[in-house]
Design a protein around this ligand. Structure first.
Ligand code: NAD
Ligand code: MG
Ligand code: MG
Ligand code: MG
Ligand code: MG
Length: 340
């Protein structure tokens, strides 16, 4: 069983006695900065000159400085820039300005685990990784709840890294739900595995393929969209509430029998072999290298694949269908369909 921590296991006063420099004000950055601030922590947000996030962070009442200035003030420096730019930002703006003994905190282990960032031995290297998107981390905190988090210590220079990481996790609301103790390696490899095989890659491809099979067989795209995409959320909500068994209980016996006999025909043993091959590429750094090399070249492959995804016919059908639902309003103002 994993070791877990709850609110009673952490001392909030540890992080309240420090200044946290939050670098980046995107999905995770805004949630960490605002939750820390509302927990009585001194927060300074570090952003590039001309960043579009400066106005949003200032409007929220936060102190905003350059990355260099923020780092110089930080007892804890939380690196929440996109994974692919962290190494450059670290080398140019963070490392030269770090206070002696400052802790470095991440929300994902990618750069530390694959060695793109190599902090010197005198800094604690810790992680608080919320198991949910940043906008939900903020929403849940405001509602008095919290998103579960993973906590890890890669380098305990101070000998106090564990009390520190738990105090930080408590301040962003993560211990209200509970924290699981893990390592940078386990967090990084399982996070990449989950998003590539199941949550993002597997699911998107499953939906697109189902849509293609139905529409190519002559069924109306609107019908296909409802059957292979729209109902997904309700199914996933049931699984979240009570496991796969609750989903099967709530669906008809017809659906449940079809699940047992046809699920394994679609997700056949090849799929497990494919997942193992994807895992091997994650474990030996092949995926990380491909991603970082493409990003360094201006992301030509990434941009091409993103455009291909947007052009899939299910996206146009989905836009029309979703417009029918007045209540499915976009709660995240910084995301606009068709502009990603
Ligand atoms: P994001 O893309 O939403 O935001 C990144 C922010 O970094 C931008 O808004 C900008 O303010 C800033 N930024 C961009 N380039 C910069 C630069 N060169 N210098 C300084 N600041 C810069 O990123 P995100 O999705 O919040 O990811 C941040 C970290 O959190 C990553 O390590 C990611 O893996 C991790 N994480 C994200 C989520 C999530 O919900 N998106 C969940 C768990 C962990
Ligand atoms: Mg993203
Ligand atoms: Mg991830
Ligand atoms: Mg049905
Ligand atoms: Mg049933």
């Amino acid at each position: 069983m994993a070791e877990m921590f709850h609110d009673d296991d952490a001392d909030l006063s540890i992080i309240q006695s420090k200044t946290v420099a939050v670098i980046g004000y995107g999905s995770q950055g805004h949630a960490h900065a605002l939750n820390l601030r509302d927990s009585g922590v001194n927060v300074v947000v570090g952003l590039r000159e001309g960043s579009s996030s400066v106005a949003r962070a200032s409007e929220a009442g936060l102190s905003v400085k350059s990355v260099e200035e923020a780092v110089r003030e930080g007892d804890v420096v939380t690196i929440l820039a996109p994974d692919q730019v962290q190494a450059k930002v670290y080398e140019e703006s963070i490392e030269p300005n770090l206070k002696p003994g400052a802790a470095l905190l991440f929300a994902h282990g990618f750069n530390i685990h694959y060695g793109y960032i190599k902090p010197s031995a005198d800094h604690d290297v810790i992680m608080v990784a919320p198991k949910g998107p940043g906008h939900v981390v903020r929403r849940e905190f405001v509602a008095g709840r919290g998103v579960p988090v993973l906590v890890c210590v890669e380098q305990d220079a101070s000998g106090q890294a564990w009390p520190l990481v738990l105090s930080y996790a408590k301040a962003i609301g993560g211990l209200r739900a509970g924290a699981i103790k893990t390592s940078f390696r386990e967090e990084t490899e399982t996070d990449l595995f989950g998003e590539q095989n199941v949550l993002c890659g597997g699911l998107s491809k499953l939906i697109e393929t189902g849509f293609e099979v139905l529409t190519e067989a002559g069924y109306q795209p609107e019908m296909a969209y409802f059957e292979v995409c729209h109902e997904m959320k309700m199914i996933v909500d049931l699984i979240n509430e009570g496991g796969i068994s609750k989903q099967r209980w709530s669906c008809s016996d017809t659906a449940e029998y079809g699940d047992y006999v046809s699920g394994p025909r679609v997700i056949d043993p090849h799929v497990k072999e494919n997942m193992k091959a994807v895992l091997a590429d994650i474990q030996d750094g092949t995926f990380a290298k491909k991603f970082m090399e493409d990003q360094a070249a201006g992301a030509p492959e990434f941009k091409k694949l993103r455009a291909q995804g947007e052009a899939h016919p299910i996206e146009a059908t989905g836009r029309q269908i979703r417009a029918l639902f007045a209540w499915s309003e976009d709660k995240d103002k910084d995301y606009h369909e068709g502009s990603v």
